[in-house]
Design a protein around this ligand. Structure first.
Ligand code: TXA
Ligand code: MG
Length: 335
C-alpha cells in the first residue's frame, strides 16, 4: 500500500480525463473509477437518478447496498448518523485503504444507496487518481465493483470495458489494481464489531487495533444481512470452476482430459510436477501476490474456451482468508 500512496495522480493515463469525469459525475452520469482493490462503477451518491443507473447497468437487485466512497475520515459525519470511537480509530489507521465501515444511515442518505437498510457502507479508497477525484468532487461516490452482477470483479480499465461493451461509461484508467480483492467490510452496528467480508486489510490488524476479536459472518444464510458479497455464489467466471486440493484437481483434470474435455489447471506456486499435457497456469504461493493476479487470471482463462477450470485451493491459513473467501464463492463445485 505504501508504494501506491507515494504515487501521484498525474502518473496514470486517466489523469487527462479527471475534469471530464468530474463533469460527468456532476451531471448524474456514471464513471468507472480505479481503486486499490478493484474498479468501481461510480455515481454521485446524493443523486438518486444517478445511483439508479448503477443498478440497471450492473443488473444488480435493488436490495443490495452499495458502498459510499469518500476522500477521507473528515467526511464521515456527512454519511453516518453516528461515528463511534472505533470508526475514527479504524479510519485513522487504515484510510485511505481497503476497509469499508458499516455505520448507521442518516435520513438524508438515500435508501437507494443502502438497499433499503438503515445502515451505510463507507470507505476512503487509496488509489491516488480516485482520491484526487473524490477530493475535487467533495461529495460521496456510490460505487459497487464495475462488473455485471455476480461476475468477476475487474482489476484493469480493459476489464471494465470488456464487461460493459457498448454500454460502458467513461473509464478512468488507473492501471492494474494493487490489492486485487475487495475491501474488508467491518460492521460497527451493535455491541460487537463484525467482519462481514474479509479483504484487503487483514482481520488480525483490525482486531489488534480494536483490542477485540471480530465475529465473522461467513455466509448469507447465517448473516441475515443483505450483502451481495456474502452471497454463496459470487465473483464467478462463466466457465465452471471446480476447486480442491492439488491431488483432487489433478485427478479431475486427468479424468476430464480423457473424456475429451478441455481443462485448465490453476496451481499454487510451481507446477514442475504436473503433466505437460494439461494447460496449467501458476499463481504465486504468497497471498498478496496471488490476490493481485487472481481475478485477471480467472477472467483471462474464462475467455479461452475451456470446458472446466480446476483450481488448487490455497491453504486454510489466516493469511489466505480473503482469497479463500472469494474462491469459495467463485467455485461452482468443491471437489
Ligand atoms: O473494494 C471494494 O469494496 C470495492 C471497491 C470498488 O470499493 N467495492 C465493492 O463493492 O466490492 P460491491 O458492491 O461489489 O460490494 C460491496 C459489498 C456488498 O457485499 C454490499 O452488499 C456490502 O458491501 N454493503 C454495502 N453496504 C452495506 C451495508 N449497509 N450493510 C451490509 N453490507 C453492505
Ligand atoms: Mg462486487
Amino acid at each position: 500500500m505504501a508504494d501506491m500512496n507515494a504515487m501521484s495522480a498525474t502518473q496514470f493515463p486517466g489523469f487527462a480525463e479527471l475534469d471530464a469525469a468530474l463533469a460527468d459525475l456532476r451531471q448524474g452520469k456514471l464513471v468507472a473509477i480505479p481503486t486499490e482493490t478493484v474498479y468501481g462503477l461510480a455515481a454521485d451518491a446524493s443523486n438518486p437518478d444517478a445511483v439508479k443507473q448503477i443498478f440497471s447497468l450492473k443488473g444488480r437487485p435493488a436490495d443490495h447496498p452499495v458502498i459510499v466512497h469518500i476522500a477521507g475520515a473528515e467526511q464521515l459525519p456527512d454519511w453516518a448518523s453516528q461515528v463511534p470511537d472505533a470508526a475514527w480509530q479504524l479510519a485513522e489507521a487504515f484510510w485511505p485503504g481497503p476497509l469499508t465501515l458499516i455505520l448507521p444511515k442518516p435520513p438524508r442518505v438515500t435508501s437507494l444507496v443502502t438497499g433499503g437498510q438503515e445502515t451505510v457502507g463507507i470507505r476512503a479508497p487509496a488509489h491516488p487518481l480516485t482520491h484526487e477525484l473524490l477530493r475535487q468532487f467533495g461529495g460521496g461516490l456510490a460505487a459497487p465493483s464495475a462488473n455485471r452482477f455476480g461476475h468477476i470483479s475487474p482489476t484493469t480499465a480493459e476489464h471494465v470495458r470488456g464487461e460493459f461493451g457498448h454500454d460502458c461509461p467513461r473509464v478512468l484508467d488507473g492501471g492494474a489494481c494493487h490489492v486485487g480483492v475487495e475491501s474488508t467490510i467491518v460492521s460497527l452496528i451493535g455491541d460487537t464489531p463484525k467482519l462481514l467480508r474479509p479483504g484487503g486489510i487483514p482481520r488480525e490488524a483490525i482486531e489488534d487495533l480494536l483490542g477485540q476479536t471480530l465475529e465473522h459472518h461467513q455466509s448469507s444464510k447465517t448473516a441475515q444481512i443483505r450483502a451481495s458479497g456474502l452471497l454463496d455464489s459470487h465473483y464467478a467466471p462463466r466457465t465452471p470452476l471446480w476447486a480442491g486440493s492439488l491431488e483432487q484437481v489433478h485427478l479431475a483434470a486427468l479424468q476430464e482430459n480423457q473424456q475429451g474435455h478441455k481443462v485448465a489447471l490453476i496451481a499454487l506456486g510451481s507446477s514442475n510436477h504436473l503433466p505437460e499435457v494439461l494447460h496449467t497456469q501458476c499463481l504465486p504461493a504468497e497471498p498478496e501476490a496471488y490476490a493481485r493476479l487472481l481475478y485477471a487470471t480467472l477472467r483471462s482463462l474464462d475467455g479461452q474456451g475451456f470446458d472446466t477450470l480446476l483450481l488448487q485451493m490455497p491453504p486454510d491459513h489466516p493469511a489466505w482468508l480473503a482469497v479463500r473467501d472469494r474462491l469459495t464463492r467463485a467455485a461452482h463445485r468443491h471437489l
